[in-house]
Design a protein around this ligand. Structure first.
Ligand code: SF4
Length: 169
């Protein structure tokens, strides 16, 4: 029986990005053959629309936002932090219900990024708000930039469960 995999909605082909486009994952077909993909967009869940002004961090990344040490503003300078936190919380509720074997998130996003995000106009090491929240609870997360073998290993008989090896990803 196929296991559920939560995937950033834009990677699943849905036009949920700030500019109304998708970034369909080149391996989506293979992922669908081995798992049940469940598209999730934290920013839509948080109440932001399509299209929307692109946002960046001020003072730190998603983890810092959750510690109230950083904020998120859009291109107009409007504070959007609450939308991103709400989106992360809603995503967490969904992930708890779905209990996926893997989460595949879009790199670079202020919600879904894993290793780099836009902080004050520059790409810096850090993660998005939803990623920070899910990571803190040990959910297994990869980005679309991780290798095919990583994906397929985890989607095949060697799937790693978060309860067995928290934080491995
Ligand atoms: Fe894609 Fe995540 Fe941005 Fe939604 S919040 S558009 S799922 S990267």
């Amino acid at each position: 029986m196929k296991a559920p995999v939560v995937i950033s909605a834009c990677l699943a082909g849905l036009k949920t990005r700030y500019d109304g486009t998708a970034r369909t994952h080149p391996l989506l077909k293979q992922i669908m053959e081995q798992a049940i993909p469940v598209p999730v967009c934290p920013e839509i869940l948080g109440g932001l629309g399509i299209p929307r002004s692109p946002s960046r961090f001020i003072g730190g990344d998603g983890a810092a936002v959750l510690q109230t040490k950083a904020t998120i503003v859009d291109e107009t300078g409007a504070d959007r932090t609450s939308f991103f936190v709400r989106g992360a919380e809603q995503t967490l509720q969904l992930v708890k219900l779905i209990s996926p074997v893997l989460i595949i998130f879009k790199e670079g996003s202020p919600s879904c990024g894993l290793r780099r995000v836009d902080i004050e106009g520059s790409w810096r090491d850090g993660c998005g708000v939803a990623t920070a929240m899910l990571r803190s609870l040990g959910f297994p997360i990869l980005s679309e930039e991780d290798s095919l073998s990583d994906f397929l290993t985890r989607l095949s008989g060697k799937m790693v469960h978060k309860a067995d090896q928290p934080g491995e990803f």
